[in-house]
Design a binder for this molecule. Sequence first.
Ligand code: CA
Length: 238
Amino acid sequence: MEKILLIEDESSIADNIRFALEKDGFNPIWCATGKEGVAALEEHAIALIVLDVGLPDANGFELCKQIRQASKVPIVFLTARSDEIDRIVGLELGADDYMVKPFSPRELIARIKAVLRRIHSQDGDSADGVSTKEKNKIQYGPFAIDMARYQIKFFNQSLELSRYEFRLLKVLIERPGRVLSRDQLMELAWDDPASSLDRTVDAHIKTLRAKLKKVNEGTEVIITHRGIGYSLSESLPK
Ligand code: CA
C-alpha cells in the first residue's frame, strides 16, 4: 500500500480525504502542521504528499521549497484561493498538481493516481535511454510544452498562463490544423465541463491570443472558424 502524506490542518477536510484514500487502497498519514509533516516525511517512505497551502505553522509554498531541497516526492497542493494557482503553476515550485477547495475527494484521488502513474511510467521508461525530461516535452513549431513544469514556451519565451489557458493551448498544439468546436475544447481542457463555472472558451482564447501576440506580434497562431470553433495554424515558423 502506497503511503500518502496528507498535510492539512482542517480535520473535516482531512477526514474526508483519508477516508477516500483508504477506500482506494492507499495508506494515508495525516499531519495537521508543517512541522509534523516534515518529520513524517523523514520517518516513512512516502509515495506522494498532499499539501495544504494555508497551514497554522507554515506556508505551503515555503514548505514545498524546503521539501524539494531534499526530496523529489510528488506534491499535490490544496488551495482555498484561486489567486494562489498562478503561484503554484508559475513559480516552478515543483508541484505536480493542485486542487482548489472545495473539491470532491474523488477528484483528488483521480489526480493523485494520475501523478503516480506518470511517475511510475517515467521510472519504467528510463531504461530505454530516452530521458524523462525529453518524454515530458512536446514540441511543435515555435511551441515547446514542458509537462513537468506546466509550462509552454513560445519562440523560446515562457508564457505566463492560467490553468485553462495552459490546457487549451496544449490541446490545440497537440492537434495542429484540427478544427475543434467550443464543446470539444471544453471536453478536452476542462476537468468537469458540466459543472465548471469557468466555461468561457472564447474569453480564454482571447487572453491566450493577447499573450502570444506579446511574444510575437505578426504570427496568427489560433485561427477562428466562424460558427465552428478554433484550430492551431499549421503554417507556423519554427
Ligand atoms: Ca488550511
